[in-house]
Design a protein around this ligand. Structure first.
Ligand SMILES: Cc1ncc(COP(=O)(O)O)c(C=O)c1O
Length: 469
């Protein structure tokens, strides 16, 4: 028996030994038939007189918890019908209060035959054979703890890639590799958000970002989005951080206008707030040229640029990055080191090779053609069979389109009807944290993971659900 008995503090020692052994028997830590140490040995371990232990044993024997067996020692004699719950003196452990509002995460939806949820790329397009080869080559390359900012090869490759494809101004030292955009947001919140600080997010917007800032104790305020992007005039002056998706607003899909971009940067400069630019899926563009990211327009060091490989490759890889102003880099690096030391070097080196060999660029050109065809099918449906019910929010990038519904269309009932028809799609209302002042009925239709051949049938099912609503 290796039971810990504590005699710290005051009180009758025999009584405390008695109670701790009794409780251990009642809650099942000491089981019937187990031998307890001889009183002499336990007395030595506890640095008390042997009589102190012997008296506790006598009481336990008298109560029927222990029994002495001649020549063999003292044994547990009592078997509780059901071990009692151990109660901590301060009550059961509870998470910090702010977590109470974060426990309502809906369970992941069952996979549907026609999956039109936003934010999921097509796993069938992932260059698996190439990745397997590159990963195999990288596995043995790093054995010890690495640089918290990520493998130098990948940081250099990302700086080049983001510079060429998105005009992000970054040297390799400016890049910090993360486990997806979500960890980038987490690190930013750790180093910039004091508990109680105001963080502004887009409304409607990206729920995991809003919840993450709340988890860090921020007071999260939703700010409306109009046809040009977040309404800068509605930003609270006290906000310390603003989270935006300027290239492809999530979920509406609009691009923030140049005018709005410069207004946001001017506002940040004036108030001293940080701007987090989440550029999660703008690699997929089907017509117009992308606008310059906020990061490359920023002259005052206020913007933290966040990128992700979840859409261009796979969400399961958990690979993303951030580019931060020099003033934040040491703290972000320290936060990364303290939370997970560094990422997975093998995956990082494989990605570096994919970028350096030009394979990611080639992959992007190929998959953009596939997604463009799906985007075109959906916009054609909005002009055709779905025209009586929906108007798409103009958007020429990314992996989803938002359809605004005509007033009065019972969107929730249609979504439920579609679920029964094996079509998974999310209502626009679910992207709002608060009910909007004017109802904004609609659907957010993802075309990332549905095979192109299945899309016409999914559109027919949406049409049927609307007709029968
Ligand atoms: C707005 C937004 N940001 C970021 C991401 C990607 O997050 P991660 O890189 O953590 O997978 C998504 C994915 O859906 C998204 O919609």
């Amino acid at each position: 028996m290796d039971l810990h008995i504590s005699l710290d503090g005051r009180g009758d020692r025999t009584d405390r030994i008695y109670r701790q052994l009794r409780d251990a028997i009642l809650d099942g830590r000491l089981r019937a038939g187990e031998r307890v140490p001889p009183s002499r040995e336990l007395a030595r371990r506890l640095s008390v007189a042997r009589n102190t232990v012997a008296a506790a044993y006598d009481r336990l024997v008298g109560d029927g918890f222990l029994e002495g067996r001649a020549g063999a020692g003292t044994f547990v004699a009592f078997r509780p019908a059901r071990p009692a719950q151990r109660r901590a003196p301060g009550g059961a452990l509870r998470p910090a209060r702010r977590w109470a509002q974060l426990l309502d995460e809906p369970p992941p939806a069952e996979p549907a035959r026609f999956d039109l949820r936003a934010g999921h790329p097509d796993p069938a397009l992932f260059p698996l054979a190439t990745w397997r080869r590159l990963l195999g080559r990288s596995l043995a390359a790093r054995a010890d703890y690495g640089d918290p900012a990520g493998a130098p090869e990948l940081r250099a490759a990302i700086a080049r890639h983001a510079g060429l494809s998105r005009s992000v101004r970054a040297a390799p030292d400016d890049v910090l590799v993360t486990h997806g955009a979500q960890q980038a947001l987490d690190l930013v919140a750790r180093v910039l958000v004091e508990p109680g600080a105001v963080v502004a997010v887009e409304e409607p917007g990206y729920r995991p970002a809003r919840r993450l800032f709340a988890a860090h104790g921020a007071r999260v305020v939703g700010v409306p989005v109009d046809a040009e992007g977040i309404v800068v005039g509605a930003l609270p002056r006290t906000a310390r951080l603003v989270y935006v998706t300027p290239s492809h607003q999530y979920p509406l899909g609009i691009a923030m206008s140049l005018h709005r971009r410069s207004a946001l940067l001017a506002w940040a400069e004036e108030t001293g707030a940080a701007v987090v630019e989440d550029d999660y899926d703008s690699e997929f563009r089907f017509s117009d040229r992308p606008l310059e990211p906020l990061q490359s327009l920023d002259r005052a060091g206020r913007v933290i640029y966040v990128g992700s490989f979840s859409k261009t490759l796979l969400p399961a890889l958990r690979l993303g990055f951030l580019v931060a102003p020099a003033t934040l880099r040491p703290a972000l690096r320290a936060a990364k080191r303290l939370t997970d030391w560094h990422g997975d070097p093998a995956a990082q080196l494989a990605l570096a090779a994919l970028l350096d060999e030009g394979r990611l660029a080639r992959h992007l050109r190929a998959v953009t053609r596939v997604y463009a065809a799906r985007h075109e099918l959906l916009t054609a449906a909005a002009r055709g069979p779905l025209a009586g019910w929906f108007t798409p929010v103009p958007s020429s990038a990314g992996l989803h389109l938002t359809f605004r519904a005509v007033p009065g269309l019972p969107v929730d009932a249609i979504v439920a009807r579609l679920r029964a028809a094996e079509v998974a799609v999310e209502p626009l209302a679910s992207f709002y944290a608060e009910p909007p002042p004017r109802p904004d009925p609609g659907l957010v239709v993802g075309y990332g993971s549905i095979p192109t051949a299945n899309l016409p049938e999914a559109i027919l099912r949406i049409e049927a659900a609307c007709r029968n609503a």
